[in-house]
Design a protein around this ligand. Structure first.
Ligand code: MTE
Length: 440
């Protein structure tokens, strides 16, 4: 059975994780806001249990707090969600501080998700920042001078601009299907399949900014941090600002500091004025409202790569998997759950499929609960980090309840499985979804 850990990227990430955990043990890694218990659990899971001494070297000094001139000032409009843009019911399902896009609302849209319909995942509330006051501070001992360098938005815009289409998808997208389709208990926001959107992003290469800031040969990790408020968990623990380390190799590869989304300045809810965009990786890597980036000569930890965004559960080591990186593979019909269709009429049913590993090159559909399958027609050139639209014609033979299925295969050879191995936080659901419709 497919497990998310089995891909080469995850094997590489697991080795990286073991190395950085050993460094933490030797007092060379920084773990701000991460408990010793968490670190011990991860160390045990990484196979280092035998080497854990009874007294541990303390984690290295608390990280410097970088100054950012922009501050989080606003909360949302009257919606009570902390989200600024309107959230019409026809487009969104509100889930606490988050808004999920209705897949049916994408049927009317083109390849790119209009900014107004793009899902929002906020740990707290959208801060309303003024681009004119905003600066990005790049700092840390991974820079040759060990100091800090500030960039304004005009500074970034003077650098070569890159435009690329990429999806942003929450690691927990599809989470509710662990329960509704597999009967399993998971924690977290009960997304269906709409915690994804695809946009045309324009911005500066993070690699260019890091090099200008004086990237040194000792740098190993890069930690972007948001300017939104501290995230306080349900039990009252303040985890600080949203931040998640990226290995330098990824940071130098295809990561953007994006300031435009679909040809417009980044909207407030999506990171105005600048967000990190990490193509193909889980959404948490794409830090919004970035205010500073630490460049470190030691491996870094935050709760977002220790307690969250790893796989925990019976199928995984006690301390969890390595930190999650690439997204998994999924498909969704552009139909409401229990959508009504007329019998004996030919319908053109549409949907989208995507994968974090490679472009989706094939989609098979079934309109009889999985007994018979046929290929859907694809409407996009498959590209990595992007989705592929598809359609299938169907004439329902008679009134009744039907189950539609769509199963994607990507260029890397991954195909959606029949079920997803359970993990307690409900990440990376990749199984073929059983979508009910009523013909009446
Ligand atoms: N960045 C900051 N600063 N604060 C956040 O709450 N949420 C992350 C990521 N970046 C988050 C953040 C998560 S979990 C996801 S899935 C994406 O942003 C969502 O991006 P979107 O709201 O633009 O769709």
């Amino acid at each position: 059975m497919h497990t998310p850990e089995a891909s080469p990227a995850h094997i590489a990430e697991a080795a990286y994780d073991r190395r950085r955990l050993r460094q933490w043990l030797a007092g060379q890694a920084r773990a701000e806001g991460v408990s010793r218990r968490t670190m011990l659990r991860l160390l045990a899971a990484a196979g280092a249990a035998g080497t854990v001494p009874t007294t541990l070297a303390p984690a290295a000094a608390a990280a410097t707090t970088a100054t950012a001139t922009a501050t989080a000032t606003g909360t949302g409009t009257g919606t009570g969600t902390g989200i600024v843009k309107p959230l019409p019911e026809a487009w969104f399902t509100v889930r606490g501080t988050n808004a999920e896009t209705r897949f049916a609302a994408l049927a009317e849209t083109g390849h790119h998700t209009p900014n107004e319909r793009f899902f929002v995942r906020n740990h707290t509330a959208t801060p309303v920042l003024d681009a004119a006051d905003w600066t990005l501070t790049v700092w840390g001992d991974g820079l040759t001078h060990g100091g800090s360098v500030e960039f304004t938005l005009p500074d970034l815009k003077r650098l070569p601009a890159v435009t690329r289409t990429a999806f942003v998808e929450c690691a927990g997208n599809g989470r509710s299907l662990f329960t509704t389709q597999q009967g399993q208990t998971v924690s977290g926001t009960a997304w269906t399949l709409g915690a994804i959107g695809t946009a045309r992003w324009r911005g500066t290469r993070l690699a260019d900014v890091l090099r200008l800031a004086g990237l040194g040969p000792a740098a190993v990790d890069v930690l972007p941090r948001g300017l939104d408020a501290d995230y306080v968990t349900a039990d009252g623990t303040d985890l600080g600002r949203v931040r998640r380390p990226l290995p330098l190799a990824k940071a130098l590869d295809d990561v953007l500091l994006a300031y435009e989304m679909n040809g417009e300045p980044l909207p407030p809810d999506h990171g105005h004025p600048v967000r990190v965009l990490v193509p193909s990786w889980i959404g948490i890597a794409s830090v919004k409202w970035v205010g500073d980036i630490q460049v470190s000569a030691q491996p870094l930890y935050s709760p977002w790569n220790t307690d969250f965004y790893r796989l925990f559960g019976d199928a995984y080591p006690e301390g969890g998997s390595a930190p999650l990186t690439r997204q998994t593979i999924k498909s969704a019909w552009e139909l409401d759950w229990n959508a009504q269709l007329t019998p004996e009429t030919e319908h053109r049913l549409t949907g989208r499929s995507w994968s974090g590993a490679a472009g989706v090159v094939r989609v098979d559909v079934s309109t009889d609960g999985g007994t018979n399958w046929r290929p859907a027609q694809l409407h996009d050139t498959p590209r990595r980090g992007d989705w592929t639209r598809w359609s299938a014609r169907w004439r329902p033979p008679a009134p009744g309840a039907y189950t539609l299925l769509a199963r994607a295969t990507d260029r890397a050879g991954r195909t959606q499985p029949g079920s997803t191995v359970h993990n307690t936080q409900g990440y990376l659901f990749d199984a073929v979804v059983r979508h009910p419709v009523t013909v009446a």
